[in-house]
Design a protein around this ligand. Sequence first.
Ligand code: NGO
Length: 524
Amino acid sequence: MSRMFLAAALGLPVVVAPTAASAAPPSGSPALTSVIPAPAEVSPASGSFRLGPLTVIRTQSGSAAAKAVGEQLARALRPSTGYPLPVVAITPRVLPTISLLLGANESRLGDEGYRLQVDARAVTIRANKPAGLFAGTQTLLQLLPKEIDSPTFVRRSWNVAGGSIVDFPRFAYRGAFMDEARHFHTPAEIKAYIDEISRFKINHLHLHLADDQGWRIQIDSWPKLTTVGGGPGTGVDGVGPGFLTKADYRDLVRYAAARYVTIVPEIDMPGHVNAAQVAYPELTCDGVAPPPRTDTEVGYSSLCISSETTYRFVEDVIRELAAITPGPYLHIGGDEAHATTDADYLTFQQRVLPLVTKYGKTAYGWNEIAKSPASSNAVAQYWDTATTNPTVAAAVTRGTKVIMSPANKAYLDMKYDRNTPLGLSWAGYIEVQTAYGWDPGTHVTGIPESAILGVEAPLWSETLRSIDDIEFMAFPRLPAIAELGWSPATTHDWPSFASRLGAYGPRWTLRDVNFYPSPQITWQ
Ligand code: NGO
C-alpha cells in the first residue's frame, strides 16, 4: 500500500502529488491526469487494471439508479471490446470487477462527486448519489484507450492506469444551450448533443423554444403557436420549421435525466415574440398581425404590456411548461426588449417573475431581468461582454444569483476566426484559448463567486442547420466551458488543457463528431 493510500485508509489528510507517478500508464492507456474536465485530485500509482472478457460490472445492490448507470457503462464498453460485461449486484471476488457503489459517505463529494480507485483487481467508483456514479463512469471512459469509442470491435488490450481520483464540481450548474427557434433541431439531434455534453459533466441543457422566427413547443391552450409559429416557412431563411410536442419534450426530459442532465426551457419575452404575434394578433397592442419574420434582426417585437390578454397568455404558457418540466428552472428570456419602454419592462417583470414562482419554479432570465426588483429570487444569465455591470452587481446584493455566459467568451455561435464558415462575430472571434481563458468566479466586478451558480455555453442557431454544424461550433470549445464550471480554479492551466484536448480529438473522430480542428491545438 502506498503512503497515500495508507493515509487515506487511516482517515489522515491526503497529500496529493499528481506529478509523482510511480509508473507510466500501460501503453495506449491515458494517464490519470488526462481527464477533461480536470478532476479535483489525481494520485497516480503503479499497476493497472485490465478490462477483459471476464470483467463484470457490479452496482450497488438495491439501487435501480446505480444499476442503470452500470447498464449505460456496459453499453458504452461492449461495441469496441466485444466483451459481455454483465451488470450484477454481487460478484465472486476472483473476477475483475468494475464496482459502482453508493454510500461513499464523504461530504465534500456532494451530490455529483465521486472517488475512483484503480488497482490490478478492480476499478471502484464510490459516490454519495447516483449522479456521482455517472460522473465517475464518464471519467473512466476517458481513462480507457481512445479506441473504446469505436462503434465497432477493436482487437487490443484495455488497461486503465492505476491510482485514484477524488472529484467534485466547483459550480453546481454547468449548462449547454440549443436555439430551437432560429432553426428547429429534431429530438434525435438534441439527444445526440446530450450524449456528447454529458461526457464532460455538463448537467443542464437550456432549450430556447421561442423567438421572433418560430415557436417550438406545444401549448394546448394556444394551439396556433405551433401550428402557425412552428409550421412551414418558419425559422431563419424560412428553412427551420418544426416543433416539439409535449410527448417529445417529456421523452427528452427522460433521456436527459438518464444522463444526469436537467432540461431548462426558455420562452423569451416580452421581446422576441414575433412568431407568437403572427399566430395570435391579440398579443399586439393594435390587434394587427405582424408579418412573419425569417431574418436575424433583434429587438423589434414586444408583447402588449397594458393588455390583460398578455398576462393570460403568459400564465397559460408558464403553467403548461412548468407542468412538463421536472427541473427547477424556467427561463423567461427578457433580453433585448428594445421595443418595450423601460417602465413597461419593469411592469411586465413585476407581474411575470412571480408567476414563475407561483408554478413552483425558479425564474431564470437574461441579465436584463436584473433591472427589476422582482429579480431578487431569480437567476440572471450574464451574457454581457463587459466585465462591469452595475445593474447586475446591484441585483446580486439583493439576492439575485448569476450564471455566467459572457458572449465574448462562452458564446459557441461566435466564429473561431474570420475564416470560420458558420457563426456570427458581433462579440468577437472566440478561439479555444479565449473560450478557456477566463475565470467565472472573478470575471465581473461585483459578482463574487458566492453569487455564481455556474456557467453556460449558449449556441445560437441563426447560421446552424444540422447536427454537424452544431458539433463544429461546440467542439472543442464546449469542453473548455465545462472545465471552467467543473474543475477547481487551481487546476486551470492552458498548456495542460490544450494537451488533454489534443489527445481527446481522436475520440471525436471515432464517434463521428464533427469538431473544429483548431490550429491552437496539437491534435494527436
Ligand atoms: C444575443 C441575442 C440573441 C442572438 C444571439 C446571437 C442574447 C441573449 N440575445 O444573445 O437573440 O441570437 O445574441 O449571438
